[in-house]
Structures are given as structure tokens and as C-alpha cells.
Design a protein around this ligand. Structure first.
Ligand code: BG6
Length: 486
């Protein structure tokens, strides 16, 4: 791909993630020598004004030391242009068409970092202006739709202009190094597979906690909430990779075929299930890392009496032979005690202890896969403490990936941009996966809408409402940070 057009080019996501990722790919020689970048948005800007913004975004958010390579940045900016675009204005697309260095649509990647309501109008215009030939690719940011029906409508409308293989639905969690490592861990090793089922696993926990609040996105977030923002996509994608059957090979559709089966097997919640198996919360004022922070309802763009959730915990179940009866606990929240994304596989207790009853209350074996802040896989085993007698404690087999490899870390957005440019769909979400994920989330959203009592509050800097601990305690589990050995 030689031409990259970014709709939503002046937006927050472009500034923080997409532009720095593109620059990093350029800096590391991963882009074609004839590559050109076009930012597109409604604002009227000259190329020079846009370049100033691009340069500021790279300086602020790029992981690379920009000052040490000013000539590289200058070369990147020389290939950067701007096109004012309003999806409703035909002539704006004529201008874009004239500007694009190579009007050969086969080499263009369009990235739609806009709201989902603009996906169809933009693609319609691109098509009407012969900008999406059958080799062009279109990347769509999440959330795609607001519910199952709107997602299906958007997908159906897009398919009028594009084939499924041209559509790259991004979920940046799939671009994280450890997510791909999870595939390697599960399907390139022998020892885990015999244990990876209901016979040996007590429960699975997938937790993404953030310390940040809603930042400048209050208005967007208040119409979205944590269920749509994180659970419908990132958490369910992680769940599908943890729970999927071995695919026949590593081709994109072989992997996506297995993931979608898991999503379809998720047990659909009744109203009663929703009240018993879900917890939702909203942050109040508090302190995060020693700094006072305001409550969600006082964030800019958020209405005073908002009932939008910033925290979700769910006990999900998968109705199939491998997983029947194993709880999959999903949790995410903003303004929590620490920032981490972790998958924990809690194995069952040993059937009988030969070491007698006077041993301490020890946690069973567990495998902890950390996606961030550090990437690691830790297997917790029991061993004897040195000294007289037998006293057991946890020891950890730790695969620290930062130490184990010197290769350059590729950020999720960079990896996914390059994959889209190279036509690799493996780490993108297929329409049936998206539909199945929305189908599971829809009944939860509907029940929450009709239940005015269920929203709990939690203090910023905590681990969420107490009800989230109770959700696990009822079934003999606790979240990773709660377990205390006697
Ligand atoms: C985005 C959500 O998809 O993921 C944000 O819209 C969230 O609300 C972000 O902050 C978290 O991503 P990461 O990679 O920082 O964990």
C-alpha cells in the first residue's frame, strides 16, 4: 500500500495512537518508498497546518526520540498532506481524488477513525468517486454500531460497496504482543492443552483496569459506557482466544472460524441472569496514585445525573463441552487502583493433600498472562519452603518477555496498520464475530436500561464496587489482587 488516508485525521485517536504508529512504521523502514499520508477531517486546514499538528502528535506520543532524528520527521512530513472532507459534500471527495498521489485505487488504505454513523456515508462517497476498487482496503475503528441491529445494518450497507476481505475491523487489543503470544502458548506447546478444560480449570478471569478517567472524551463516553467501549470488543476478543478450539491452521479465517464459535456459545442472559451475574459501577471522586481526581459526573461533557457505567464485572459462561460450568469473569473499569490487563487461569485444587490439614490456606495453581503494563506469563506452583519440616508456598515460573527478547517492541496500532497494508486479516474482527459479540451484549444493555437501581458507585482509586468481589466469592473465587494467604 502506498497511500494512506485517515478520516478523523484531526481527532484524539489519530493524535494519540494512529499518527505516532504510522510514524514509527516509517522510521523503522516498514513503509513503501512511495508512501503518502493524507489526513482528512471536517476542519479547514492547510497542509502546513496539518503538518504542525502531526509533528506535535509525534513529539508528544511517539515512543521514539523524535529530537534525535529530525531529518526523519522532516521526510515524514514531506509525505504528509491534508484534505478537508465533509461526508455529505461531493466536491470534497473530488478534491481528495485529485490530491491522492496515485489515483490508482488499488494501492490505497482508507482508515475511518470516525464515529460509526459516518462509515457508510464515507464508503458510499469513496465508491461513487471510484476510490475503492476491488483491491482497496478500509479499516474501521470500534465501536462498530451501538447494538446488534445497528452493527448488522452497517455491515450490510458496507457490503454493497466492499467485499468482506477488504474490510479491516480494528480491535487494538488483538495487536498487543501477548495476545498473539497466547495463540503460540496454547497451540505451540503440548503441556497446557490436556489441562485446558472444565476438568482442570476452576475459573478464568480477564481483567482490564485503567487508572485514567474519561479524559477529554466525556461526551462520547457518556453515550457509550464501559460495556460497549471495552466488553463488547476487547474483553470478548480475549475470551474467544482463551477459549477457542485449536484451529486447523493459522490462516485468518481458520482462527476466526474458531473464535466465532466461542462467541456464539456464550450463554445468553435472561433478566434474572443480568441481575445476578453482572455488576456495573460509576466512579466517584477519590485519589489515584496519590492525586485527587473528580467524579465521573463532574467530568467535562458528562451530564450531572449520568447513569453511564465506567465499571463492569460479569460472570460469563460458555455452553460447550470444553467449558460447561466454568465461570469466565470479565472485569473492566476506569479510575481503578492500578493499570493492568491480565488473563488468569485458576486451576482446581488438588484432590487431596498428603501434607495434612495444618498447611496454610494456599491458592491453587494458576497461570497469569499479563498484557500490560509488563508482558509476562507466570505459572504459580507450590513448593516447599527451605528449612525444617514441610511448609508450602507459591513459587513462580516467570517468562519475562521484555528480558527474554531484544527485538523492537511493536505497538498494537503499528502492527495492525502494517497488517492491513500487507492484507493480513488475522488480527481483525470478521462481521460474524462482531454480530455474535453484540448478540451477547444486547440483552445486558436492554436490562440495564430498564433497571434504574442497579448502578453502584465506587471510589476512584479502588477496585470497583464491592459487589464485584461478591460476584466471585459466591463461587469460591476472588480477583487476583484480593487473595491473601494465611
Ligand atoms: C479503547 C477505549 O478502545 O481502549 C478506551 O475506547 C480505553 O476507553 C482504551 O482507554 C484502553 O486501551 P489500552 O491499550 O490503553 O489498554
Amino acid at each position: 500500500m502506498t497511500t494512506f488516508v485517515l478520516f478523523g485525521g484531526t481527532g484524539d485517536l489519530a493524535k494519540r495512537k494512529i499518527i505516532p504508529a504510522l510514524y514509527s512504521a516509517f522510521l523503522n523502514g516498514r513503509l513503501d518508498s512511495s508512501f503518502h499520508f493524507y489526513g482528512a477531517a471536517r476542519e479547514v486546514l492547510t497542509d502546513e497546518e496539518f503538518r504542525t499538528r502531526v509533528s506535535a502528535s509525534v513529539a508528544q506520543y511517539s515512543k521514539t526520540d523524535v529530537l534525535s532524528t529530525p531529518e526523519k520527521l522532516a521526510a515524514f512530513l514531506e509525505r504528509t498532506f491534508y484534505s478537508k472532507i465533509d461526508a455529505r459534500i461531493d466536491s470534497d471527495f473530488d478534491d481528495l481524488k485529485n490530491k491522492i498521489a496515485s489515483p490508482d485505487s488499488t494501492s490505497t488504505l482508507f482508515y475511518l477513525a470516525t464515529g460509526p454513523d459516518l462509515f457508510v456515508p464515507i464508503v458510499q462517497q469513496l465508491s461513487a468517486h471510484q476510490l475503492v476498487g476491488n483491491q482497496a482496503r478500509v479499516v474501521l475503528e470500534k465501536p462498530l454500531g451501538r447494538d446488534a441491529q445497528s452493527a448488522r445494518d452497517i455491515n450490510a450497507a458496507l457490503r454493497t460497496y466492499l467485499q468482506e476481505k477488504q474490510i479491516y475491523r480494528i480491535d487494538h487489543y488483538l495487536g498487543k504482543e501477548m495476545v498473539q503470544n497466547l495463540l503460540a502458548l496454547r497451540f505451540a506447546n503440548l503441556f497446557l492443552e490436556p489441562l485446558w478444560n472444565r476438568t482442570w480449570i476452576h475459573d478464568v478471569q480477564i481483567s482490564i483496569s485503567e487508572q485514567v478517567g474519561v479524559e477529554a472524551r466525556g461526551d462520547f463516553y457518556d453515550h457509550t459506557g464501559a460495556l460497549r467501549d471495552m466488553v463488547q470488543n476487547h474483553l470478548l476478543q480475549l475470551l474467544s482466544i482463551v477459549a477457542m478450539e485449536p484451529p486447523v491452521n493459522s490462516a485468518p479465517d481458520s482462527i476466526r472460524d474458531e473464535k466465532v464459535k466461542v462467541l456464539r456459545a456464550l450463554h445468553k442472559f435472561t433478566t434474572d441472569d443480568v441481575s445476578k451475574k453482572t455488576v456495573r459501577g460509576q466512579y466517584r471522586a477519590g485519589a489515584v496514585d496519590g492525586k485527587a481526581v473528580i467524579s465521573y459526573q463532574n467530568e467535562p461533557g458528562v451530564p450531572e445525573h449520568s447513569r453511564t457505567e465506567t465499571f463492569v464485572a460479569i460472570r460469563a459462561e460458555i455452553d460447550n463441552w470444553r467449558w460447561a460450568g466454568v465461570p469466565f469473569y470479565l472485569r473492566t473499569g476506569k479510575r481503578m487502583a492500578s493499570r493492568s490487563a491480565e488473563i488468569t487461569i485458576n486451576f482446581k485444587q488438588i484432590p487431596y493433600s498428603i501434607f495434612g490439614a495444618n498447611q496454610r490456606n494456599l491458592r491453587s495453581n494458576r497461570l497469569v498472562i499479563s498484557l500490560q503494563p509488563e508482558e509476562s506469563v507466570e505459572l504459580f506452583l507450590k513448593a516447599k519452603e527451605p528449612g525444617e519440616g514441610i511448609r508450602l508456598s507459591d513459587v513462580m515460573l516467570n517468562l519475562d518477555f521484555a528480558e527474554a527478547s531484544n527485538s523492537r517492541r511493536v505497538e498494537a496500532y503499528e502492527r495492525l496498520l502494517l497488517d492491513a497494508m500487507h492484507g493480513d486479516l488475522t488480527l481483525f474482527v470478521r462481521d460474524d464475530e462482531l454480530g455474535a459479540a453484540w448478540d451477547w451484549v444486547d440483552p445486558i444493555m436492554t436490562c440495564w436500561k430498564n433497571d434504574t437501581e442497579g448502578l453502584k458507585s465506587y471510589i476512584s482509586g479502588s477496585w470497583g464496587p464491592a459487589a464485584s468481589s461478591y460476584l466471585l466469592a459466591q463461587h469460591g473465587s476472588s480477583w487476583g489482587e484480593e487473595f491473601v494467604e494465611d
